[in-house]
Ligand binder design. Sequence first.
Ligand code: CA
Length: 223
Amino acid sequence: MRLLLVEDEKKVASFIKKGLEEEYYSVDVAYDGKEGLRLALTTEYDIMIFDLMLPFKDGISILKTIRAENISTPVLILTAKADIPDKVIGLDSGADDYLVKPFSFDELLARLRTLQRRRSVEKNLILKADDLYLDTQSHKAVRANVEIELSQKEYSILEYLLQNKNRVVSRTKLTEHVYDYNFDTNTNIIDVYINKLRNKIDKNYKKQILHSVRGVGYIIKDE
Ligand code: CA
């Protein structure tokens, strides 16, 4: 799950980023509206969170621009308590939900889960290949009825491969999905995680579902 957070208050931004990363999200942060819009237009996110008052470009303007560009990614607006009219404008402009600051982290997580669930009408909640199942809400993987413990990165990789089942996913695409933009995509760390993942989901089973495509990337096959 890759998420964009546009928030100019550094403390709030780092609190949210840190908390969400513990919950298996990959988080890109933009500290002003211009950078936020640039990322929103150029990167594929699962959810976006916009603060309203931002330097250079406010949250509503970003929202209007991306909706005009037909980007339908769920957007959660963060508002200060005094901005009630802005809340209405936000929802009218195509936001999916809003949260009033200060908020509890649990509430933020609950709102994000709801947005994910809504989104899951088009994307499946339970991903599957052969006898491997991945629950995208609880982050649990099960193969042949045995639960498999996954690290955050392993989960993200498996989720993305399953979402693209039977298609080859390039190493670059995979890295983009699993890491935020600060990550150096030239390293082969993704191969290290793939190996760990393979040990967990394939090693003790007859049928291999995760395959390498030499020089290109990886594929999960479900025939
Ligand atoms: Ca602000």
